[in-house]
Design a protein around this ligand. Sequence first.
Ligand code: 5GP
Length: 189
Amino acid sequence: MKALKDRILRDGKCFEGGILKVDNFINHQMDPILMKSMAVEFVRRFASTKINKVLTVEASGIAPAIMVGYLLELPVVFAKKKKPSTMDNMLITTVYSFTKNNNYDVCVSRDYLQPGDKVLFIDDFLANGNAAKGIIDLVNQAGAELVGMGFLIEKSFQHGGDFLRGQGIHVESLAIIESLDNCNIKIKD
Ligand code: 5GP
């Protein structure tokens, strides 16, 4: 998606270890106009997919997910990174964080992820695919169906996308970063 690619080239910043910072328009300050355009693009790309629920992970997936849910007029559920003390009936999985180099639990209530749900997962980044694998586990535990995964930015050199597509999952990424070598941002045409 051209507007996103242009913005990454203009405002994205590279960090050691293959990390791209987009704090200027996605991860800290947010650009709602771009966010809306990206959601419109997801709606277009998943137009032939039957969806009844949008799922994401807190915190940075919530903004794009709520935009998609708003446009599709569907509920949006965000998986939580800390198990709430007042909630039982939770589905839990463990995810390895590449950016933080630790494991964390991700959970969602069985009340909001149910057998028969047709789930579109939306997140900001796809890197090694660990968060996505956790989501697949939660959707499977719930007996729901994962009908697609949409990412604002995929870093193809970390191969999470290869894994997900290899599983037959419909993956859509609005910008694909091929390399961040020498802090040079190379985006797929
Ligand atoms: P994965 O689980 O696919 O390895 O990484 C996905 C998660 O890690 C995303 O939800 C995102 O929060 C974070 N992440 C991975 N790579 C980057 C990056 O280059 N920049 C930022 N801002 N977050 C990243």
